[in-house]
Write a new protein. Structure first.
Length: 472
């Protein structure tokens, strides 16, 4: 003990007095490690739970619809010309609540924001161009227009379409589940992408070329399942493009000579793509065109049709999406396209190529039996000629007298039947005249009802004109 210092002696005494449980106490490193792990697990599990709870509370408190600012031109162009479907209602006047059917649609189980979005807008306040929404898109000229609870859809780059007023009327003060379900089904059908087959130039112009942006898919025969699904995906992804499909084997496309890639061979069911855009003419060009058209007595158009074909198949390579994005670009897309002097047309070729091949194979299989049949027919024709060459048999006097009696009896029966039929027909005509005199107004009532039904059908129809891009 004498050789140790005082500090060493104190440590030695503490070591003797320490119990075995003291050896289990954590060190400083272990303490810091446990603190780090506890903080890590709280950050991994507790914080996301709190964040999700805050989101649910925000969604419950805040409205599910977007308030569209009339002064924001960027937001207005994105909504009205962006292509994604919207259901928009006019904002209520001060002190009045929002339409309960529209408000209940956001919380209903049938509604999905992936199908369309909800929004409110001040329909009376002027936009940056000085016009209100009603005046800019001529909503008051549509047949279903009602200012009370005015609601309309905007989708696929087209003009807004007014929702029928009876769908937005508050019929049941407590329960709106049936009305919201009916409204949702109507809107989903209204905003869905529509495309189809074209069979002539008139349909091609109406469904595609008359739109600001359009796409034509030329298929070899009937489109395959892969081609159909790809066209549907592209139509949903690029909603401002109006897609049309034409069978290249049945209909000749007028631009096949100008663009040889469209006439390149492909397997049955595959397709090729060509895009169209409208470009406004310069003032000088439009003036000269209007003068020429006035002389001919036709209306002049201020648009030039531009076209660009896709080099590969629709399924690729190269990538179709990058081709569409580059061609539809506002700044540089027109530079990649070529102007057309005439509108493209479709002409019926006759039977499809695949059908012609099937007909040829059928003819080859049926050649031999056709020859055999012809020989049999020729033999059958020769036999009657040989029979005609034989002299006719002479008739005896008794046979001749019997034949004359039979002929006289036959004529008497025919005269009796004709007289009976004539009397019956005269009686039927008299009965019909009496019935017509008893009910003279039946036909007029039927015609009036038929006219009313036609008028109701016209009111229910919706115009599907494309929306022209313009300033807001």
């Amino acid at each position: 003990m004498s050789g140790l210092t005082k500090k060493a002696q104190a440590k030695k005494k503490k070591a003797k007095l320490r119990s075995p449980e003291d050896d289990m106490t954590p060190t400083q490193k272990e303490k810091s490690r446990t603190k780090f792990l506890s903080r890590f697990f709280t950050a991994m599990f507790v914080v996301p739970g709190l964040f999700g709870a805050l989101i649910t509370i925000y969604n419950f408190v805040s409205p599910a619809y977007t308030t569209i600012e009339v002064d924001n031109s960027i937001q207005l162009k994105a909504i009205f010309f962006g292509g994604f479907p919207w259901l928009i209602t006019c904002a209520p006047y001060k002190g009045q609540p929002l339409n309960p059917i529209f408000d209940g649609l956001s919380s209903s189980a049938e509604y999905s924001s992936s199908n369309y979005k909800l929004g409110t807008i001040d329909c009376d306040k002027p936009m940056p161009n000085g016009k209100s929404v009603i005046d800019r898109f001529k909503l008051n000229k549509q047949k279903k227009y009602t200012r009370n609870g005015l609601t309309f859809t905007v989708a696929n780059g087209g003009k807004p379409k007014v929702i029928p007023g009876y769908m937005m009327q508050n019929k049941k003060a407590k329960n709106h589940a049936e009305q919201t379900k009916q409204l949702n089904t109507y809107v989903v059908k209204q905003v869905q992408v529509k495309y189809g087959n074209v069979v002539n130039g008139a349909q091609l112009t109406k469904q595609c070329l008359s739109k600001p942006r359009s796409a034509l898919v030329l298929t070899e025969g009937d489109a395959s399942i892969a081609t159909k699904s790809l066209v549907q995906k592209l139509a949903i992804r690029y909603r401002t493009l109006w897609f049309c499909v034409a069978d290249r084997s049945k209909f000749a496309f007028s631009l096949e000579k100008k663009y040889p890639e469209l006439a390149a061979p492909m397997n049955e069911g595959e397709g090729r793509l060509v895009l169209f855009r409208k470009k406004k003419k310069a003032p000088s060009d439009s003036d000269s065109d209007t003068k020429n058209t006035k002389k001919k007595g036709r209306k002049g158009s201020n648009d030039i049709l531009m076209a660009r074909p896709f080099s590969g198949l629709l399924t690729g390579p190269p990538d179709v999406d990058s081709f569409i994005v580059k061609t539809m670009d506002k700044n540089n897309g027109m530079l990649l396209m070529k102007a057309l002097r005439k509108k493209p047309t479709l002409r019926y070729r006759g039977k499809g190529r695949s059908q012609k091949k099937k007909d040829k194979t059928k003819k080859k299989k049926t050649k031999k039996p056709a020859k055999k049949r012809k020989k049999k027919k020729s033999d059958a024709k020769k036999k009657p000629k040989e029979a005609e060459a034989q002299p006719p048999k002479e008739e005896t006097p008794e046979e001749k007298a019997q034949r004359v009696e039979r002929e006289i009896a036959r004529r008497r029966r025919m005269d009796e039947q004709a007289q009976a039929h004539y009397a019956q027909a005269a009686d039927d005509e008299e009965d019909e005249d009496e019935e017509e005199e008893d009910s003279p107004d039946e036909d007029e009532d039927v015609e009036e009802v038929y006219v009313d039904e036609e008028e109701e059908e016209e009111e229910d129809t919706i115009d599907l004109d494309a929306a022209e891009e313009g300033e807001l």
